[in-house]
Design a binder for this molecule. Structure first.
Ligand code: GLN
Length: 242
Protein backbone atom coordinates (compact mmCIF):
# COMPACT_ATOMS: atom_id res chain seq x y z
CA UNK A 1 0.00 0.00 0.00
CA UNK A 2 1.22 3.49 -0.84
CA UNK A 3 0.62 5.64 2.26
CA UNK A 4 1.82 8.86 0.55
CA UNK A 5 -1.28 8.98 -1.60
CA UNK A 6 -3.79 6.53 -0.08
CA UNK A 7 -6.20 5.03 -2.58
CA UNK A 8 -9.85 4.54 -1.63
CA UNK A 9 -11.17 1.92 -4.04
CA UNK A 10 -14.90 1.78 -4.75
CA UNK A 11 -15.80 -1.58 -6.27
CA UNK A 12 -18.54 -2.46 -8.75
CA UNK A 13 -21.06 0.37 -8.43
CA UNK A 14 -22.89 -0.89 -11.52
CA UNK A 15 -23.64 -4.10 -9.60
CA UNK A 16 -23.75 -3.01 -5.97
CA UNK A 17 -24.70 0.62 -6.13
CA UNK A 18 -28.42 0.98 -5.60
CA UNK A 19 -28.45 2.13 -1.97
CA UNK A 20 -26.11 5.12 -2.24
CA UNK A 21 -23.28 3.38 -0.40
CA UNK A 22 -20.75 4.95 -2.81
CA UNK A 23 -21.03 7.85 -0.35
CA UNK A 24 -18.85 5.83 2.03
CA UNK A 25 -15.96 6.08 -0.41
CA UNK A 26 -16.49 9.82 -0.83
CA UNK A 27 -16.57 10.31 2.94
CA UNK A 28 -13.31 8.38 3.47
CA UNK A 29 -11.56 10.30 0.70
CA UNK A 30 -12.82 13.69 1.93
CA UNK A 31 -11.95 13.02 5.57
CA UNK A 32 -8.36 12.39 4.51
CA UNK A 33 -8.24 15.39 2.18
CA UNK A 34 -9.72 17.72 4.84
CA UNK A 35 -6.75 16.71 6.99
CA UNK A 36 -4.30 17.58 4.25
CA UNK A 37 -3.69 13.96 3.17
CA UNK A 38 -3.63 13.60 -0.60
CA UNK A 39 -6.12 10.74 -0.90
CA UNK A 40 -7.38 9.46 -4.25
CA UNK A 41 -10.79 7.91 -4.99
CA UNK A 42 -10.74 5.14 -7.62
CA UNK A 43 -13.81 3.46 -9.03
CA UNK A 44 -13.48 -0.03 -10.48
CA UNK A 45 -16.12 -1.78 -12.54
CA UNK A 46 -16.38 -5.49 -13.47
CA UNK A 47 -13.86 -6.35 -16.17
CA UNK A 48 -11.39 -3.70 -14.99
CA UNK A 49 -8.44 -4.90 -12.94
CA UNK A 50 -8.80 -4.33 -9.19
CA UNK A 51 -5.68 -2.40 -8.10
CA UNK A 52 -3.70 -4.20 -5.43
CA UNK A 53 -2.20 -1.14 -3.73
CA UNK A 54 -5.39 0.41 -2.29
CA UNK A 55 -5.72 1.41 1.37
CA UNK A 56 -9.48 0.80 1.69
CA UNK A 57 -11.82 -1.17 -0.59
CA UNK A 58 -15.58 -0.67 -0.50
CA UNK A 59 -18.52 -2.83 -1.51
CA UNK A 60 -22.12 -1.61 -1.30
CA UNK A 61 -25.67 -2.91 -1.20
CA UNK A 62 -27.46 -4.24 -4.23
CA UNK A 63 -29.95 -6.67 -5.64
CA UNK A 64 -29.74 -10.40 -5.07
CA UNK A 65 -28.62 -11.57 -8.51
CA UNK A 66 -25.94 -8.86 -8.80
CA UNK A 67 -24.29 -10.42 -5.77
CA UNK A 68 -23.52 -13.61 -7.68
CA UNK A 69 -21.90 -11.69 -10.53
CA UNK A 70 -19.85 -9.62 -8.08
CA UNK A 71 -18.44 -12.77 -6.44
CA UNK A 72 -17.57 -14.30 -9.83
CA UNK A 73 -15.84 -11.13 -11.01
CA UNK A 74 -13.89 -10.59 -7.79
CA UNK A 75 -12.79 -14.25 -7.71
CA UNK A 76 -11.70 -14.13 -11.36
CA UNK A 77 -9.76 -10.90 -10.88
CA UNK A 78 -8.08 -11.82 -7.60
CA UNK A 79 -6.78 -8.29 -6.95
CA UNK A 80 -8.92 -7.75 -3.85
CA UNK A 81 -7.44 -10.85 -2.18
CA UNK A 82 -3.91 -9.70 -2.96
CA UNK A 83 -4.66 -6.26 -1.54
CA UNK A 84 -6.09 -7.71 1.67
CA UNK A 85 -3.05 -9.96 2.05
CA UNK A 86 -0.92 -6.80 1.76
CA UNK A 87 -2.77 -5.09 4.62
CA UNK A 88 -5.68 -3.25 2.98
CA UNK A 89 -9.02 -2.84 4.74
CA UNK A 90 -12.34 -3.91 3.22
CA UNK A 91 -15.53 -2.14 4.30
CA UNK A 92 -18.63 -3.90 2.93
CA UNK A 93 -22.29 -3.00 3.29
CA UNK A 94 -25.36 -5.26 3.12
CA UNK A 95 -25.16 -7.26 -0.16
CA UNK A 96 -21.44 -6.50 -0.14
CA UNK A 97 -21.25 -7.78 3.45
CA UNK A 98 -23.19 -10.94 2.57
CA UNK A 99 -20.88 -11.88 -0.30
CA UNK A 100 -17.82 -11.58 1.93
CA UNK A 101 -19.09 -14.58 3.89
CA UNK A 102 -18.72 -18.31 3.28
CA UNK A 103 -22.13 -18.56 1.61
CA UNK A 104 -25.42 -16.78 0.94
CA UNK A 105 -28.77 -17.59 -0.63
CA UNK A 106 -30.66 -15.58 -3.22
CA UNK A 107 -34.36 -14.63 -3.03
CA UNK A 108 -36.58 -17.61 -2.20
CA UNK A 109 -34.03 -20.18 -3.46
CA UNK A 110 -32.57 -22.53 -0.84
CA UNK A 111 -29.34 -23.26 -2.72
CA UNK A 112 -26.34 -21.77 -0.90
CA UNK A 113 -23.97 -19.82 -3.14
CA UNK A 114 -20.31 -19.74 -2.26
CA UNK A 115 -19.11 -16.32 -1.07
CA UNK A 116 -15.63 -14.79 -1.03
CA UNK A 117 -14.80 -16.55 2.26
CA UNK A 118 -13.34 -13.41 3.85
CA UNK A 119 -15.73 -13.55 6.80
CA UNK A 120 -16.82 -16.58 8.81
CA UNK A 121 -20.50 -15.87 8.13
CA UNK A 122 -23.41 -17.56 6.37
CA UNK A 123 -26.45 -15.69 5.11
CA UNK A 124 -29.85 -17.29 4.57
CA UNK A 125 -33.22 -15.81 3.70
CA UNK A 126 -34.86 -14.84 7.01
CA UNK A 127 -38.53 -15.26 7.95
CA UNK A 128 -39.04 -11.48 7.63
CA UNK A 129 -37.43 -8.69 5.64
CA UNK A 130 -35.46 -6.35 7.89
CA UNK A 131 -36.44 -2.80 6.94
CA UNK A 132 -36.18 0.49 8.81
CA UNK A 133 -34.05 2.97 10.70
CA UNK A 134 -31.52 1.39 13.03
CA UNK A 135 -29.54 2.30 16.09
CA UNK A 136 -26.59 0.12 16.96
CA UNK A 137 -24.08 0.38 19.76
CA UNK A 138 -20.49 0.06 18.58
CA UNK A 139 -17.68 -0.37 21.09
CA UNK A 140 -14.71 1.63 19.87
CA UNK A 141 -11.12 0.36 20.21
CA UNK A 142 -10.67 2.62 23.27
CA UNK A 143 -13.63 0.89 24.99
CA UNK A 144 -16.05 3.84 24.64
CA UNK A 145 -19.43 3.10 23.09
CA UNK A 146 -20.68 5.03 20.08
CA UNK A 147 -24.23 4.92 18.62
CA UNK A 148 -24.39 4.01 14.94
CA UNK A 149 -27.32 5.28 12.86
CA UNK A 150 -28.46 4.23 9.41
CA UNK A 151 -31.22 2.30 7.71
CA UNK A 152 -31.47 -1.35 6.80
CA UNK A 153 -33.28 -3.17 4.00
CA UNK A 154 -32.39 -6.83 3.64
CA UNK A 155 -34.04 -10.22 3.35
CA UNK A 156 -30.92 -12.19 4.18
CA UNK A 157 -30.13 -12.96 7.81
CA UNK A 158 -26.52 -13.56 8.72
CA UNK A 159 -25.06 -16.00 11.24
CA UNK A 160 -21.53 -15.59 12.53
CA UNK A 161 -19.09 -18.46 13.02
CA UNK A 162 -16.44 -18.37 15.72
CA UNK A 163 -13.80 -16.56 13.59
CA UNK A 164 -16.00 -13.51 13.03
CA UNK A 165 -16.96 -11.07 15.78
CA UNK A 166 -20.03 -8.78 15.66
CA UNK A 167 -19.29 -5.15 14.77
CA UNK A 168 -21.96 -3.79 17.12
CA UNK A 169 -24.92 -4.61 19.35
CA UNK A 170 -28.47 -3.87 18.21
CA UNK A 171 -30.47 -1.22 20.07
CA UNK A 172 -33.14 -0.67 17.39
CA UNK A 173 -33.62 -2.76 14.25
CA UNK A 174 -32.78 -6.27 13.12
CA UNK A 175 -29.02 -6.20 12.66
CA UNK A 176 -27.84 -9.62 11.52
CA UNK A 177 -31.49 -10.71 11.79
CA UNK A 178 -31.51 -11.76 15.42
CA UNK A 179 -32.07 -8.21 16.78
CA UNK A 180 -29.03 -8.79 18.98
CA UNK A 181 -25.80 -8.36 17.03
CA UNK A 182 -24.92 -6.43 13.89
CA UNK A 183 -22.27 -6.84 11.24
CA UNK A 184 -19.05 -8.79 11.45
CA UNK A 185 -15.35 -8.08 11.81
CA UNK A 186 -12.57 -10.49 10.97
CA UNK A 187 -9.02 -9.22 10.65
CA UNK A 188 -9.16 -6.22 8.34
CA UNK A 189 -12.59 -6.98 6.87
CA UNK A 190 -15.64 -5.16 8.25
CA UNK A 191 -19.17 -6.04 7.15
CA UNK A 192 -22.25 -4.14 8.22
CA UNK A 193 -25.93 -3.83 7.25
CA UNK A 194 -26.77 -0.11 7.54
CA UNK A 195 -26.99 2.22 4.57
CA UNK A 196 -27.13 5.98 5.05
CA UNK A 197 -24.36 6.09 3.82
CA UNK A 198 -23.29 4.71 7.18
CA UNK A 199 -19.87 6.41 7.16
CA UNK A 200 -21.50 9.80 6.47
CA UNK A 201 -23.83 9.36 9.39
CA UNK A 202 -21.10 7.99 11.66
CA UNK A 203 -17.79 9.82 11.22
CA UNK A 204 -16.27 7.96 14.19
CA UNK A 205 -16.66 4.71 12.27
CA UNK A 206 -15.22 6.35 9.14
CA UNK A 207 -12.12 7.43 11.04
CA UNK A 208 -11.79 3.97 12.59
CA UNK A 209 -11.67 2.45 9.08
CA UNK A 210 -9.07 5.01 8.01
CA UNK A 211 -6.92 4.52 11.11
CA UNK A 212 -6.97 0.75 10.56
CA UNK A 213 -5.91 1.23 6.96
CA UNK A 214 -3.20 3.82 7.55
CA UNK A 215 -1.95 2.34 10.82
CA UNK A 216 -1.84 5.71 12.59
CA UNK A 217 -4.06 7.97 14.67
CA UNK A 218 -5.75 10.79 12.78
CA UNK A 219 -6.23 14.22 14.25
CA UNK A 220 -9.83 14.90 15.40
CA UNK A 221 -12.08 16.42 12.75
CA UNK A 222 -15.37 17.77 14.00
CA UNK A 223 -17.85 19.12 11.47
CA UNK A 224 -20.67 20.80 13.44
CA UNK A 225 -23.31 20.34 10.72
CA UNK A 226 -22.55 16.62 10.58
CA UNK A 227 -22.67 16.29 14.37
CA UNK A 228 -26.03 18.10 14.49
CA UNK A 229 -27.49 15.96 11.70
CA UNK A 230 -26.25 12.81 13.36
CA UNK A 231 -27.77 13.86 16.70
CA UNK A 232 -31.13 14.46 15.00
CA UNK A 233 -31.07 10.95 13.49
CA UNK A 234 -30.24 9.38 16.86
CA UNK A 235 -33.08 11.34 18.55
CA UNK A 236 -35.51 10.42 15.77
CA UNK A 237 -34.88 6.69 16.23
CA UNK A 238 -34.93 6.94 20.03
CA UNK A 239 -38.27 8.78 20.02
CA UNK A 240 -39.72 6.50 17.32
CA UNK A 241 -40.25 9.35 14.85
CA UNK A 242 -37.79 8.65 12.05
N1 GLN B 1 -30.13 -8.63 -1.59
C1 GLN B 1 -29.74 -8.67 -0.22
C2 GLN B 1 -30.87 -8.91 0.76
O1 GLN B 1 -31.99 -8.50 0.53
C3 GLN B 1 -29.03 -7.37 0.09
C4 GLN B 1 -29.89 -6.16 0.02
C5 GLN B 1 -29.12 -4.90 0.23
O2 GLN B 1 -27.99 -4.80 -0.19
N2 GLN B 1 -29.75 -3.91 0.83
O3 GLN B 1 -30.63 -9.55 1.77
Amino acid sequence: MNTDRPKIVLLYQSLLGIYGDHGNAVVLTKRLQWRGIDAELLTVEPGQPVPTDGAVYLLGGGEDTAQITAVQELEADGGLFTALDSGAVLFAVCAGYQICGKSFTIGSRDEAIKGLGLLDTETRRGPERAVGEVLHIWTQPNGNTCPITGFENHGGWTELGSDAKPLAAVDTGWGNGNRRDEGAVQGRVIGTYPHGPVLARNPQLADHVLEMALGCRLEPLDIPEMTALRQRRIEAVRTGRP
